[in-house]
Write a protein that binds this ligand. Sequence first.
Ligand SMILES: Nc1nc2c(ncn2[C@@H]2O[C@H](COP(=O)(O)OP(=O)(O)OP(=O)(O)O)[C@@H](O)[C@H]2O)c(=O)[nH]1
Ligand SMILES: [Mg+2]
Length: 510
Amino acid sequence: MKCKVCSSEISKNMYFCPKCGTANFDLEIKNTELLKSYSEKLQTMIKNMGNAHCTKIAWDLTVDKYVDKIERLNLILSQPEFAKKSSEGLINRISNFVERCKEPEFHIAFVGTIKAGKSTLINALLGRNLASTSVTPETAVLTKFRHSENDYVKVVFYTQDEWTQLWNTISNNADVFKKEYSDLKGDEEKNKWLGHAEIKTDVNNENIEDEIERWTSSKHVEHYFVKEVEIGLKDFKMPSQVVFVDTPGLDDAVRYRSDVTRNYIDRANAVFACVRSDALTGGELNILYRVFSNSVDNPEKIFIIGTQWDSLNDPEKDWKEQKEEWVKYLSTESCYRSAETARRNIVHVAAYLMNLCRDYIKLDQETKRKILMPIAMKFDYNPWDNNLEEYLETLMEKSNVDEVSRRITHGIVPKYKEYLMNDITSNYDALSKELRSFFEENKASNEEVLNTSKKSADEIRAKYEKSKKELDEVKAYREQLEFALNSVKVNTDQRVEELCKALENMTQKA
Ligand SMILES: Nc1nc2c(ncn2[C@@H]2O[C@H](COP(=O)(O)OP(=O)(O)OP(=O)(O)O)[C@@H](O)[C@H]2O)c(=O)[nH]1
Ligand SMILES: [Mg+2]
């Protein structure tokens, strides 16, 4: 049959025309008022949806369609009927999805436990020490590196609300955190930075390191209040959409900060999971399993980096054994699915060694002698036969940083657009599924209301009278039962009294 207003094809048992929202009065619905009011709401909603401003995605037509659909559904979700029932999580996921589609960035995340060597590896890949590193917990915020025409540092601060949440998740044994916070007089600076507008500073080669350190290093009080830092670099030799992200350790003393990383893993498009090459602990395995569970479609985008390779006693020999052990755990169906892929994607690295060699001219004699030389000797350097300076090239090669870099430039970058598209599609599918089941649930409860209104007022009244009669009958039956029970009780009490008296008489006679 056809809708009487817009002539669209509708099926006989539809309450409303899905195109224009007109009510189908041919249905046996007696409560026409209810049907009318639903129809009016639907018509306004359809009109609003038609006029709604939708985000235009210029870079891809398919993604544009995805966003258009999701934004329209979001509009329905914001109607008073649904707003109360829809969860905050779903609304957040929708807005995150739209944001991701607007600015299609491919994020390569460096994650792992604290002090795994994430920042040191990023510095080796960047070719200069920009990410702050330290022997104590250092990276406290997501730090993004990306290509830009001019060098800049952009800082985003926590809101008061976020700070309260963060403060409440400081673990009981975070003594170092608390002491440093109080030594740096955090409380005195707090109000200056919380809720502060984003700061973007243009930098040059001379001041870039200081500017980054000011906002990210644990030596500076400001870093406590920073939520995110983005660093734009002329020299970052990656396509403009590819972003490297340094993250706080997954076992940070402030749970809020490690949660940022944990949630961030779900957003990352490729992950470099850093694990010290001498140890793969249960905790680290759990982290890795989580990383894999978010990339079920394509474990090829996950690399396990055995960091601080030079710390092993005999790096070449010990790593062979370690790696085979890791392959055993990581070739399962839920991870790499084959020993071959696991072997290919587990890569060792000695990033600190690379950075020392790169900055050799700037090193003092003590660092050269006490730090660099002992490491070099693990890699066949003989101080009596070779000159350390001449051996630097060999050491840099052995550090394996070039291999990690090659995995990015040859393994990921050529396919990043395809990967990005796949990620957006699977995100869209998951979101659509969630929205569909949300609306199905709502449809069921609304249908119940409409089904009731199919019956005439007389029918409903008759049903009510019948139920009332039944209830009265039950009440009367209950009264009868109570009366019977009471008389049984009175009779029994009387009988017991008589028996007691008889017994008393008998004992007196005896
Ligand atoms: N010998 C050696 N030391 C390393 C290597 N990589 C990192 N380190 C040292 O390990 C410590 C921690 O390194 P970071 O790069 O700060 O580690 P991180 O994972 O970024 O640490 P957080 O940001 O605090 O989670 C520093 O003292 C580094 O010098 C390496 O390849 N070899
Ligand atoms: Mg770090």
